[in-house]
Write a protein that binds this ligand. Structure first.
Ligand code: NI
Length: 237
């Protein structure tokens, strides 16, 4: 499942994250690459122990935790602390690769299984050419270039790349999620069901003319039960 989360950062958060990371010292992106991806990775990455990286990471983490669409789409169990990269000039692309299945956070030695990969766009798309995130899917390639502040979630299992940036600079935040629900197909089904139940709940409330002291319809109660019972069957917590 590919999911777009619009405006995951507020304009103020976006400005602050950009200010923090653009003022810091960057390193070769291969510092976190596996042996296959190191051969195709050509970008810059912010070393994760920098103070600016920690501050920017905190802003992103707080924003994600309050976002209901992020939480229902990812059902996060564990999130690898967000990283930052930039593409432009001579370091401008990242060829086809699959992300490592397990990332180990150096500072804590904590393992995160990369069920979901995320990119949070931090540059105005009009300010650079190229730089699309291209994700291979069963029905072809998805070419993704979103507004600054928007986030895309895609399956960690997919082959993907970042096209060469031929003008300007593409700044982004990226990270991985270990989900309580390991399989993409199951997460997708739960997401669809959750969205439908949320819409039905609103209709149900409208029929009661906004009177939320009356009980929901019995059908809605049962459907909500089905959602939670599926989650109970599939979740590893
Ligand atoms: Ni990747």
């Amino acid at each position: 499942m590919l999911l777009r989360i619009p405006q995951a950062l507020t304009p103020e958060e976006l400005t602050e994250v950009r200010r923090l990371v653009l003022g810091a010292d960057w390193a070769d992106g291969r510092i976190t690459a596996g042996s296959q991806s190191a051969t195709v990775k050509n970008n810059l990455q912010l070393p994760e122990d920098l103070h600016a990286a920690q501050q920017a990471r905190h802003i992103v983490s707080v924003a994600l935790a309050r976002n209901p669409m992020f939480v229902t789409g990812a059902l996060p169990k564990s999130v690898y602390p967000p990283l930052f990269n930039r593409y432009g000039g001579q370091t401008n692309a990242f060829g086809d690769h699959v992300d490592n299945a397990v990332r180990t956070h150096a500072a804590t030695a904590r393992h995160v299984r990369t069920d979901i990969s995320c990119t949070l766009f931090l540059s105005d798309p009009a300010s650079y050419d190229g730089g699309e995130l291209v994700v291979q899917d069963t029905y072809g390639e998805q070419r993704i270039k979103f507004e600054a502040g928007d986030l895309v979630m895609y399956p960690g299992t997919s082959v993907h790349r970042v096209e060469p940036v031929t003008r300007g600079e593409r700044l982004a935040c990226f990270f991985w999620i270990e989900s309580m629900v390991r399989l993409d197909a199951q997460r997708r089904l739960l997401y669809e069901m959750d969205m439908a139940i949320t819409a039905l709940r609103q209709k149900d409330l409208d029929q009661r003319h906004g009177n939320d002291t009356q009980a929901e319809s019995p059908e809605l109660v049962r459907l909500t039960g089905c959602y939670h019972n599926l989650l109970r069957m599939w979740a590893e917590v």
